[in-house]
Design a protein around this ligand. Structure first.
Ligand code: NAD
Length: 293
């Protein structure tokens, strides 16, 4: 069994982006600029945004963090997004989800210009991705592809089983793995909360993507020997032995499943860091698109 090391691969992606950014600086070209919008004080959201902003500064990107209190109105938020849309220096805009219930997530997603949609959630980005056109791929599935690519995982003709059908992970990764390219050309089965014979389907998977948000859901008796297992899940579990008061669990029972796999991602240190790497890649692409615009 080999570990798909997201920390290592994301560092390699960041090193490459850093070198490319330094080169742009030498040439007097515009440097990539990510604007991150954070609403309220959700602990997990704070952590994610902090690490995105930190990664930007590590590789020479500019970043702007815009914070709003939980009570911010939808109107105020839309006003700020329009300002960021119109700000030439800003290449990528991300609004950290989830949002307070009084704000429409869909409205927010659709307000960000597709040219700055580095999270890849805008319907135009999704539509382009489905049609195989150049697009910003949603960061988490894109990060998974980068990881599979780095380890040269064979995907052509393989049966990929995706557990979960959310717009940010399950559905897009199922489309990306079925595309006529590498990594892709898989036969994909998408499972969800109404799939009756889930264990039976998982057992057929050469590649399993677990993205359902249920800690340690995938057990070894659901996994075919030699399968590649990608664990997307991140759930905070109360843990009094930890200084933070919680530990992070994935959707895969790692100790049980790992001995049966050919490759597996750990949690933490697997898909999480790759999501950030993919977001940075998208921001870089958004920036260089302006060179030719
Ligand atoms: P979601 O709640 O939007 O979707 C979960 C999906 O799982 C749904 O489509 C649902 O039908 C399916 N599901 C739920 N219970 C199921 C069951 N018992 N059997 C089969 N399918 C079931 O979640 P999401 O936003 O896609 O996130 C999934 C997990 O991935 C969460 O733990 C989340 O924190 C994590 N996540 C991690 C990253 C990362 O960077 N590593 C990024 C995004 C999400």
């Amino acid at each position: 069994m080999e570990i798909l090391d997201g920390k290592l691969v994301s560092q390699a992606v960041k090193d490459k982006l850093k070198a490319q950014t330094e080169e742009r600086k030498k040439q007097g070209k515009k440097l990539p600029h990510l604007a991150a919008v954070l609403i309220g004080n959700n602990g997990a959201s704070e952590t994610y945004v902090a690490s995105k902003v930190k990664s930007c500064s590590e590789i020479g990107f500019t970043s702007t963090l815009i914070r709003f209190p939980q009570e911010v109105t939808e109107e105020e938020l839309l006003f700020k997004l329009n300002e960021l849309n119109d700000d030439f220096d800003v290449d990528g805009i991300l609004v950290q989800l989830p949002l307070p219930s009084h704000i429409s997530e869909q409205k927010i997603i659709e307000t960000i210009y597709p040219t700055k949609d580095v999270d890849g959630f805008h319907p135009e980005s999704v539509g382009r991705m489905v049609q195989g056109l150049p697009a910003f791929y949603p960061a988490t599935p894109y990060g998974i592809l980068l990881l599979l690519e780095h380890y040269k995982i064979e995907t052509k003709g393989k049966h990929a089983v995706v557990i979960g059908r959310s717009n940010i992970v399950g559905r897009p990764i199922s489309i990306m793995l079925s595309k006529n390219d590498y990594p892709g050309n898989c036969t994909v089965t998408v499972c969800h909360s109404h799939t009756p014979n889930l264990a039976e389907i998982c057992l057929q998977g050469d590649i399993i993507i677990a993205a359902l948000g249920k800690p340690e859901f995938l057990k070894s008796n659901m996994v075919k020997p030699g399968a590649v297992v990608v664990d997307v899940g991140i759930t905070r579990i109360t843990d009094s032995t930890k200084k933070s008061g919680f530990s992070i669990k994935g959707d895969v029972d790692y100790d049980d499943v790992a001995p049966k796999c050919s490759y597996i991602t750990p949690v933490p240190g697997g898909v999480g860091p790759m999501t950030i790497a993919a977001l940075l890649m998208n921001t870089f692409k958004a920036c260089i698109a302006k060179d030719i615009a």
